[in-house]
Design a protein around this ligand. Structure first.
Ligand code: FA5
Length: 359
């Protein structure tokens, strides 16, 4: 019966006589000199490696498992006398630890250099930010304020949600006047009652608010949003802006009104602008005019104006026999369209950057 073998491969299990290579005898001093020289070489070389390739080359040279220099010295241990081996082994282990530490230090240094290379370079120029600019209507408002301030008109603001008194009654727009029709205004559903609030339909409200609080002489200009349920077209929008001017001083006449409007028009639109005054009617001015400006051979209505009606002066506590004044209200979108050559005021509110970035 064949003898059983644990590995099942009789030939592989058979014990063969080992052929041992004779290790040359070596003295402790020679061994120590070798190991110290190796340690110095390795630490020096690993201290200056500058890239991954030279690091790997140094690792193989000093610590390579097959033919590294440390491995060769390890083999020399067998050539020492038994008495010398413990001391030699300790030196060997110290040297091995020092070389391994130098290798790890070099790896860390190269990894740090790579991380630094990936870090943000604060000296590089940054990505430029895309800067916007003011909307053309805001630019127009600022320009109007600037021109009017040179004529002595102070800029003031008023609320966009108004009551019946300031939007209508103080402006002599009676209860039966069609301008108060719910279909012509944005009344606020939350504020129904005896005095329903509404989004103001004109900036003439600010005339009243200022006159209620101040005594003449007065020169104010007010620019802001107004709201009307108008169908949007090339010259109308349900939300638009008006510029309201008011001057109340002794001895004010229509001549002053026309001069101020002509001066404003030529400053804002250029000396070649034509301005026309057409007789009209507003409940709060007497006489009243429509102010038209010519554009591309076409006359366009820019606003209304007139001498402040004595009834309005009285409503705010002024003496109409002592002071007189003029007022005007122009459509900001229309004067902006005229200035910038825009054919359709709806373009101001389409939010098309290609359009807006031209201004
Ligand atoms: C008024 O609103 C008067 N408050 C103006 C006034 C002030 C007269 C002071 C006398 C004294 P009117 O309703 O005409 O007026 O509007 C004035 C201007 O606003 C118009 O000429 C026009 O340029 C502009 N406008 C009117 N409705 C619209 C709209 N839906 N979209 C754009 N602009 C408009």
């Amino acid at each position: 019966m064949p003898s059983s073998s644990r590995c099942g491969r009789p030939s592989a299990c058979r014990s063969r006589p080992r052929s041992r290579k004779a290790v040359p005898t070596v003295s402790l001093d020679a061994f120590l000199a070798e190991i110290e020289s190796l340690r110095a070489d390795a630490v020096a070389a690993l201290g200056v490696v500058a890239d991954e390739a030279s690091l790997e080359q140094a690792r193989i040279e000093f610590l390579g498992a097959k033919s590294g220099r440390l491995k060769s010295i390890q083999k020399m241990l067998g050539g020492l006398s038994v008495a010398e081996r413990p001391a030699a082994g300790k030196h060997f282990n110290d040297a091995k630890q020092a070389i391994t530490a130098a290798l790890e230090a070099a790896q860390g240094r190269l990894a740090g250099t790579a991380a630094e290379a990936d870090a943000i370079d604060v000296t590089l120029p940054g990505d430029p930010l895309r800067l916007g600019h003011l909307h053309p209507i805001t630019q127009t408002i600022r320009r109007v304020q600037e021109i009017m301030s040179r004529l002595g008109f102070e800029s003031v603001d008023g609320p966009e949600v108004e009551d019946q008194w300031h939007n209508f009654e103080a402006l002599a727009i009676g209860a039966e006047h069609p301008a108060r029709d719910p279909l012509d205004n944005f009344y606020l559903a939350v504020a129904r009652g005896a005095d329903p609030l509404l989004l103001r339909s004109q900036t003439s409200t600010v005339q009243i608010r200022v006159m209620e609080q101040r005594k003449p002489p007065l020169r104010i200009v007010s620019l802001g949003r107004v709201y009307r349920p108008d169908t949007a077209d090339a010259t109308h929008y349900p939300m638009f802006h008006q510029v309201e001017g008011l001057l109340v001083e002794q001895g004010t006449t229509m001549a002053h009104l026309k001069s101020v409007l002509r001066l404003f028009a030529s400053s804002f639109l250029g000396g070649d602008v034509h301005v026309r005054f057409r007789p009209s009617f507003f409940p709060f001015t007497e006489p009243s005019v429509e102010v038209d400006m010519e554009w591309g051979g076409r006359w366009i209505e820019m606003g209304g104006a007139g001498m402040v009606d004595p009834a309005v002066l009285a409503a705010v506590g002024y003496d109409p026999d002592q002071v007189s004044g003029f007022a005007f209200g122009l459509g900001v979108e229309r004067i902006a369209a005229r200035r910038y050559g825009v054919a359709d005021i709806r373009d101001f509110y389409r939010n098309d950057v290609r359009f807006l970035e031209q201004f």
